[in-house]
Write a protein that binds this ligand. Sequence first.
Ligand SMILES: [Zn+2]
Length: 71
Amino acid sequence: MKRALALLAALYLLAAAGSGLAERFGALACGCADECWCRRPGLNRLRWVFPWHHLPRPTPAQKKDLGSAHS
Ligand SMILES: [Zn+2]
């Protein structure tokens, strides 16, 4: 059981490292807003292996709405 967990953790880190490399070479591009957690240094490695609670980049129309009405 411990071995399986270690293997899983190793695979997870490998996936994180691989996707980080793919991003560096332009194979992947994040569409998140600048405020998203995955934009922070250190956390961006987990961007592709932890796809929850991302903040999508607001469309120009949404940006206009935010500017005129605070809701
Ligand atoms: Zn994000």
